[in-house]
Design a protein around this ligand. Sequence first.
Ligand code: SF4
Ligand code: SF4
Length: 305
Amino acid sequence: MGKIEGLVTNIQRYSIHDGPGIRTIVFLKGCPLKCKWCSNPESIKNRKEIFWQEDKCISCLTCLSVCPEKAVRISDEKKIFIDLNICKLNELCIKNCPSGALDIFGDKMTVDEVLDIVKKDLSYYNVSGGGITLSGGEVMHQFEFAVELLKHCKAEKINTAIETTGYSDWNKMKEIIKYADLIFCDLKLIDEEMHKEYTGVSNKIILENIIKLDELNKNFIVRMPLIPGVNDTSQNAHSMIDFFSKFKSGITLQILPFHKYGHYKYKLLKIKFKMEDTEMPEQTALETYKEYFKGTNVNVEIGGR
Ligand code: SF4
Ligand code: SF4
C-alpha cells in the first residue's frame, strides 16, 4: 500500500514528450534551483501556494468572512491578498469562493492516489511503450514519495522515467535511479559562476552526478534549455564537448528551446519573471547550437517547446 504523501503540482496525461510513448507526467512541488527562465514557477516552493485571479473575482468578500485566521485582506489598491504569515492553508476561502477566483498550487496526494490516475492509461502505455515520468520541481526533493511511487509503477510493469536537475545528493540519486528506466538530467551551463548567477546554485554536484550516471552505464539523456544570450554560445557548447569527451559512451543532449508559456503563472504568484524581455529562439539558433557538436560523441536532439 502506498500511503506516503507527496505534494503534487500537476498530473498531465497523454504526454508524448518526456520519454517514450504516451506518458503521464507527475509534477512534484519543490526545487533547490531558481532558474531565471523557469516555466514552472509554481513548482519551486515546497509548500502549497494560494493565488487570486482578479479577472474572476466578483468582490463578494466571502473569503474575508470565512477565514478563521483573518488572513485574507484587501490591499490599498482594492485587491485581495492573503497574509501567508498567518494563513493556515485550510483552504476555506478557496472552497467558499463562488467564482473560482481563489485557487491553490499544490495538492497533497498519497502514492496510491497518484497511482490510481497513472493506471487509467495502462492500455495506452502498453500499445505505445509509454509510462510514467516524474518531473518537478525536483523529484529528489520528495525522495521517499518518489521512490515509493516508482517502486509501485515497476511492480505494475509501467515504464518509468524521471526528470532531475541533477542537483542532488548522489546516494539519493543512486537509489532512485534503480527504479527508473530512463533518466533526464539537466545541464544548463558549464561555467560555474554563470550557473550560480542564473540558477542560484553551483553546478559542481550536477557535473559529478552526470559523470557517475555514465560510469554506471545508466540510460540517461542530458537536457539543456536553450536560453538566448545565456547558454547558446559557442563557448558553452565547446565546454560541453570538452566535458563529454571523457565519457565512456556517446551522449544524447536534448536542447529544449526557451519559451514564455509559464509567464501567466508568475503573474498569479506575483513573482517577477526575470526573462520577460528575452525572445524565444528561432529554429536557426537551435540548428546553429546543434552544429557545434558535429563530429563529437554528443548526439544532439532538438526537443519541443
Ligand atoms: S470569495 Fe472569491 S469572488 Fe469573493 S471576494 Fe473573495 S476572491 Fe473574490
Ligand atoms: S487558507 Fe484558510 S487560513 Fe488561509 S486564507 Fe484561506 S481561509 Fe484563511
